[in-house]
Design a protein around this ligand. Structure first.
Ligand code: HAM
Length: 419
């Protein structure tokens, strides 16, 4: 679990701001669900046999309730969707979220126990247009945060019958190789052989190398969906690779699966920036009607580990360097007036000599430094040093706030800061 300190947090803000803007352009509205849900929600929807549910959840009992700190956002979003009968209010719902998730995984670069996800969930559209548009949105987003080096992997898991037939095919394939599998995979062979395909154990990886592809087993409707997806992606010009080994680590998926993996940086096995897919059965399994859904989530830490976006922490537009006690009073009043005009201002209250205060103004990247000493007060002025233009002049005290605000200009308008 990480502390994100000022200096770094500005990069988080920039990525979050781009995400919010792009999500809203695509019709998504923010949803905020609790950090805690009933343990049974995750166990049932993510799947008892998954690593997340078996090994990684932070679960506890309080007041007789079995609770879990959310390991992901999809189950909570779908629970809220059903609980508030959203399906009765609108045919299609697009939600996005940004928040902390918790998984007791083995920590590594890009893999943390508290991590932050940005995600979207889209209910009520059976696709495949929705699927393609979502994948395109994610690819556009990665480019917008200056991460152009990624590969889009897509696969289909089929639905109902196809999944069952695929499970049989995998069981038949892996059974003769049972001795070569990890303990976990041997255990999963009987009830959840799909999980063997996303095992990170090198023995399982080797055994899985020749496993049959599900794409050959798709029934007519699944195949039409899959072909529709590829056609829409082609129409959008999204480049992708068909990856039959992509199964993802959660049990709720049906049909479309996708991941965007970075080819830059040194995240190693943690190179999956974005993971998502369709989960057409979840709303009904939570007691709602049959509403199809698709979504994705991405780990902010992983995005930031590879994105070159700079911190770009803006300094104050005006830095006040009072040189006497009466000057400090004047500085306090002026700084307050500037903030009321939307101009950022800081007062140096350390009662220092000029030089260290100017050094601080420079270090903060302030645009203007305002000096108020006995001389200025006697003349009824303030001295304004423009730290970018390297000029200096005196302005009457009564006009100081207006002139400073003008000169600070758009540089102090948060909306006008470079994106
Ligand atoms: P997931 O693949 O488990 O999917 O996680 C999505 C993304 O979250 C990963 O690709 C990664 O970037 C990030 N992530 C996951 N675990 C960690 C970790 N321990 N440390 C850092 N980053 C991590 C889901 O969570 C699904 N809910 C996605 C989804 C939404 N599917 C449909 N809708």
């Amino acid at each position: 679990m990480n502390d994100i300190l000022p200096g770094e947090v500005e990069r988080w803000h920039r990525v979050e701001a781009v995400f919010r803007r792009m999500a809203e352009l695509h019709g998504y509205a923010e949803v905020r669900t609790p950090l805690l849900e009933h343990t049974a929600l995750f166990a049932r929807e993510l799947g008892e046999g998954t690593d997340v549910v078996e090994k990684e959840m932070y679960s506890f009992t309080r007041h007789g309730d079995e609770l879990t700190v959310r390991p992901e956002g999809t189950a909570g979003a779908a629970r809220a969707y059903v609980e508030h009968s959203i399906h009765g209010k609108e045919p299609v719902t697009r939600w996005y979220y940004a928040g902390a998730m918790f998984r007791g995984e083995r920590p590594a670069k890009g893999r943390y126990r508290q991590f932050y996800q940005l995600g979207c969930e889209h209910f009520g559209d059976a696709g495949p247009l929705a699927d393609a548009e979502m994948i395109d949105f994610v690819a556009l987003f990665l480019r917008a945060i200056e991460l152009p080096d990624f590969v889009v992997h897509v696969n289909s898991l089929g639905s109902g019958d196809t999944r069952a037939r695929y499970r049989e095919a995998l069981r038949a394939y892996f059974t003769p190789l049972e001795g070569a599998l990890s303990d976990d995979s041997r255990r999963r062979l009987a009830n959840n052989p799909l999980r063997i395909l996303d095992s990170k154990d090198p023995r399982d990886k080797q055994a899985a190398a020749g496993a049959p592809s599900i794409l050959g087993l798709l029934d007519e409707a699944d195949r039409a969906h899959w072909e529709g997806l590829l056609r829409h992606l082609d129409a959008l010009g999204v480049r992708y690779v068909v990856d039959p080994s992509l199964v993802r680590g959660l049990d709720y998926y049906t049909r479309t699966l996708f991941e965007l993996k970075t080819t830059a940086g040194d995240l190693g096995a943690q190179n999956t920036l974005v993971g998502g897919g369709r989960y057409d059965g979840m709303v009904a399994s939570l007691g709602g009607p049959k509403v199809p859904a698709i979504g994705f989530a991405m780990g902010l830490e992983r995005l930031l580990a590879t994105s070159p976006l700079s911190a770009a922490r803006p300094g104050p537009a005006c830095y006040f360097a009072p040189l006497c006690p009466a000057g400090a009073d004047q500085a306090l009043v002026l700084a307050r007036e500037l903030r009321a005009r939307g101009v950022s201002a800081e007062v140096d209250g350390r009662a220092l000599r000029l030089k260290p205060m100017l050094r601080r103004a420079d270090a903060l990247g302030a645009k203007l430094c305002v000096l108020i000493g006995d001389g200025e007060l006697e003349r009824g002025v303030v001295t304004i040093k423009d730290l970018t233009a390297h000029t200096q002049d005196e302005v009457p005290l009564a006009e100081a706030a207006r002139v400073l605000a003008e000169r600070a200009g758009r540089a102090s308008d948060p909306e006008a800061r470079p994106a």
